[in-house]
Each structure stands twice: as structure tokens, then as C-alpha cells.
Design a protein around this ligand. Sequence first.
Ligand code: NAD
Length: 486
Amino acid sequence: MIPERILNWINGEEVPAESGEWLEKYDPHTGDLQSHAARSREVDISAAVEAGKRAQPAWADTPPVQRGLILHRIVRLMQDYQQDIGDIVAAETGKGPTAGYGETGGAIQCGLFYASEGQRLYGKTTTSGVENKYAMTVRMPVGVAGLIIAANTPIANVAWKVFPALICGNAAVLKAAEDTPATAWMFGKIAKEAGLPNGVLNIVQGYGPEAGQPLVEHPDVDIISFTGSTSVGKLVQRLAADRLAKVSLELGGKNPLVVCDDADLDNAARWVLLSAFSNAGQRCAAGSRIIIFVSVYDEFVEMLIERSRQLRMGNTDNDDLGPVINERQLENMLEAVKIAKGEGARILYGGERATQPDLASGYYMQPTLMDNVEPKAEISCTELFGPIAILYRVAGFDEALALANDSPYGLTSCIHTRSIHRAMRFTEKVYTGVAVVNAATYGSEPHMPFGGTRSSGNGSREPGTEALDVYSELKDIYINTLPEHL
Ligand code: NAD
């Protein structure tokens, strides 16, 4: 299913990197070499941007309803190929096949939503202060969109950016995540089969500094939408600032989940473990700071430890969590845990690389729970992007809310309580882009705007109709009629 050599899609053609170089992609479950992808550099990025620039005017002239019909064809083919796409996602990330299939279903849902936006793309008509003058707004495309994505939910990440960018009449250059090259390649193959005009979507493979950065710096890229770490996001913002290119940043999180003394503890424990450990904790919306009322702390922590013991690691549908995406990520986590331990953290569960014979060569981090960590400690303030959660004790609601908000990030949050007042107060006062009651810190839907405050983003929201604001410019139109010619 995964080609041994994964090429770029430029102007509707599969092409290798100009230099003939390849990057190596490893299977996170086994640690074995899985594929090679084109190791693109500036020259390849320029070719992709030029193809986009050439194709964009005709695409922008294609009526939005027609654009939507072409996107619908992509969606229909994604449905036909859902199993294949899901299998590629699973193989590249190490998640189970059903999880890969389900993620593809989410990407399809996202595509359906935006394909249908071709029949809306609403502007507004309004009043004028002047006689015989009419005022309205319309959306116009921005131009060429540079799209850079992370590997954690690879087909969803592709869909989240490509569909809104294209329905708005932009051409796009997608820089695939280096850890999931085949997923992006497969999407390119489907787009070609669906009849998307050549050059409207170009997909380049490669490493961030070599392929992503030239895309950000390219003078003909008018909008950059980036999903990834806060540190690279800040660099993207700085580089794009020079030419005032539009930038949308979807960055990391260190998301709090509060467990009150009146919570349904059984339900809360279930969602804490899913928030912290599902997808091996590789979600921007993962719950990594678990804030627990002191009166239920010991009982709840026991429940978490007991249930963590029952979690299975592996890449099948019967497993609860898979590997992290690469060796470097695993090493970062092990180092962070080691430092925290040195500073007095108590490891309640896990904390090590998995040693089971069938997992030892993969990038498996044990699901890890720890406490005795200061809220200002490095590990409390840094996203680890893996199955590691820190537990904190608080006296009551006010302290819980203050601790939830005491973070450099502000992406998602959750509270478990039976009190409608606590739920309303929390969702009103927590300074995050998403707030959830009685479930997980993750679970955003494609028709809803997603994004965060502080270091979790730059204020933009994707997807939902709000993404249309990212991928289009508003234009005011004033029509003055000539009544004397009646
Ligand atoms: P990363 O920032 O290292 O890489 C993300 C992407 O940026 C990759 O495609 C990479 O090649 C590229 N990149 C790296 N350096 C670059 C540079 N100098 N210029 C341009 N592009 C560059 O992040 P990662 O570790 O691969 O992904 C995990 C991060 O993504 C986490 O922080 C996670 O929270 C975040 N994320 C956020 C969301 C969201 O919607 N907020 C969703 C998924 C993941």
C-alpha cells in the first residue's frame, strides 16, 4: 500500500526531489525502515509554488459551486478508498486499523462540510448612508496557500487545511509531515483521480527546515497555515512578518482537566485516561494536567493507576495506545521524565520505554502518571506530546480554575462536575479556545472553529466556517446607481 519511494505531486505529476535525495521514514511500531520520501529543498518548493501560481487564476474563476463539486468528487473517492487510507494512516503512525479508518471518516466529514460551502460562501448585504448606494461584502481568494502540518492525525490534518483553502479559490502547496509522507501522497493521488486541475494542489515531501521554511519564506505564498509546535510556529510568524503574509497558527497545548469532588469519578477516570493516553497522547488537545480536588484525590488516583494497569500497548484494534511517532520524540519524553524525577516528581505509573519483546524495538512510551510536580516546573509548562499526565491536588474550585489558567498555553480544557454552576463558571472563565464538560479535552468537530489562546496559536480559528476567514479576504463592494437614467 505504501510505495517504497514517495514522490512529490507538482502540477499534477509525481516528481522526485530535484537533488535526487530521499528522507527515510521508519515504522513506529517496529523501528524498521518503512519508506523513502522525496527530500525536497528550496528548488522543489519554488516549482510547486510556481505551479500553484499558474493554476490559481483559473481555479478562482471556476464558480465556487463547481469547485465544490470537484471537492465532492475527492470526498467520494475518499469514501471509496477509506480502508486503504485508514491502513496507510495506521501503518505510518502505529495506531490501530480501526483508529486509522475512523480518522479518515473525520477527514471525509470535513471534506463534505467544505465542499458544500461552495453553495454558501456567504458575504453580507447591508444598508448605506447615501441614497442610491448599495453596500455588500464578498469573499475573494488570498492566492497561493502554504500549508504545513504535523503527523499526529495525518489525514485529518490534510483535510482540515486543503478543503477550506481550495473551496475559497486558492491554490495550495502542502508540505507533508516527514513522519507521514504516504498519507499526504495518497490524498494527492485521489485529488488527481477526482479531476482537480493540475497545479491547484501541490504536495511536497521533506524536512521542516529544508522544505517547510522555504515555503514560509517564498514571496509568492500569500497565506501560511501551520499546524505544529509552538517553537516552530513562532519562527513561521517571524519569517512571514517580513512580507506581512497572512498567518494562521494551530500550535501546542498543555491542557487541564479538572476533577471536582462532585464528579462522576468513574466517568472522569475513563475520560482522563482517554485524554491523556489515546493516540499515545499525541494530540494538541491531549489532557496532560489533571487537576483533582484534594477530598477525592487518593481515591481517584487509585482508580487511574488501576485502570492504567489494564491498558494494552500495541498497534492492533485491541490495544489502547500505540507508539509515539519517532525515536526523537520518545527520547525527549524519557529525558523530561528523568529531569522531573530528579526534581522530586513521584512516578505513579509508567515512566519508562516499553520493554515487552514485541514492543521494545518500536517507539513505545509507557502510559505515565506522576505527581509531586510544581505548577511552575519545566514539565508542567512544556508540551511533551506523548502519553504523560501530571496530577495536581487543589483545595477547591477557585484553586482549580486558577491552576487551569496558569499555563503558557490555552488550547483546550475540561471539567468533570455534576454542578451546573461549576460547569458554567468554568467554561466562562477558563482562558482556552475549547472548554468541555464531563468528557475529554479533545473531540472537536470539523464544523466547529478550533484554536487556542496564548502560545497555542495566533488567534485564528480553523476549521468551521471560521476557516473561510483564514483562506479568503473580504472585499467591500459599493454600487452607486444612476437614477437619472431610469
Ligand atoms: P513540528 O513543529 O516539529 O513540525 C510540524 C511541521 O512543521 C512539520 O511538517 C515539520 O516538517 C514542519 N517544520 C519544522 N521546522 C520547520 C521550519 N523551520 N519551517 C517550516 N516548517 C517547519 O511539530 P511536531 O512535533 O511534528 O508536531 C507536534 C506539534 O503539533 C505539537 O506541538 C502539537 O500540539 C501540534 N499540533 C497542533 C494542532 C492544533 O490544531 N493546534 C494539531 C496537531 C498538532
